[in-house]
Ligand binder design. Sequence first.
Ligand SMILES: C[S@@+](CC[C@H](N)C(=O)[O-])C[C@H]1O[C@@H](n2cnc3c(N)ncnc32)[C@H](O)[C@@H]1O
Length: 231
Amino acid sequence: METLPGADEKAAVVRSMFDRIAPSYDRMNRIITLGFDQRWRRSLVDALGVGPNDTVLDLACGTGDFALIARQRGAHVVGLDFAGAMLAAARARCPEAIGLVRGDALRLPLANGSVSVAVSGFALRNFVEIPPVLAELARVLRPGGRLGLLEVDEPRSGPLRLGHAVYFRRIVPALGALLSDGQAYRYLPASAVYLPEGEGLRAMLAEGGFTSIEKRSHLGGAAQSITAVRA
Ligand SMILES: C[S@@+](CC[C@H](N)C(=O)[O-])C[C@H]1O[C@@H](n2cnc3c(N)ncnc32)[C@H](O)[C@@H]1O
């Protein structure tokens, strides 16, 4: 089992890991999600009803997948990430109309109520703490603004759970070691422990000022999309 960083070192470890894997990040995402990750992002952006009247924050945007999809829907988009190499990859793919900012999810350089939609893909596990990030999202979203989160998850039922465990904990790290960075793709399954169990995320969102919280499972529970509305 991969040793996970302590809270005091997590941000620095996570940032340098994403700086290292940035060049192979998109290819690995497509491979390990069997090509489904972009479909999940598009369907989350559709569920949020993103359109030309929206200002969208792609939080922890990485290489800009969500930012690009939101821009294709006509929205004004800003992507924010703290890893310079991930942002550089985003800059190489995104049109100039998408604002890309280097910053920390814990201190968003955005005014109160300045965005109508916030999305974040596969990032919650990587934050040092989730509730302060939800508080920042609640601050920058206008009342009635929509939040969409995409994350890994674990199937609940026996056979699916076992198959998923073998794939996620054995095959994904082996593919990572072969095609990208072994340490990073051992961290990926191990970091699922940072996610609250069961209804924990729903409770965090409710406490953070969000309502209408809905969860959708993907691929038998291997991934999850959550939508919520800023009260
Ligand atoms: C797994 S990647 C997800 C990238 C992208 N959102 C996607 O859907 O593929 C996680 C991203 O979170 C970023 N990140 C982690 N903690 C952060 C923080 N505190 N502030 C800003 N970005 C952060 C990392 O740099 C990395 O690019």
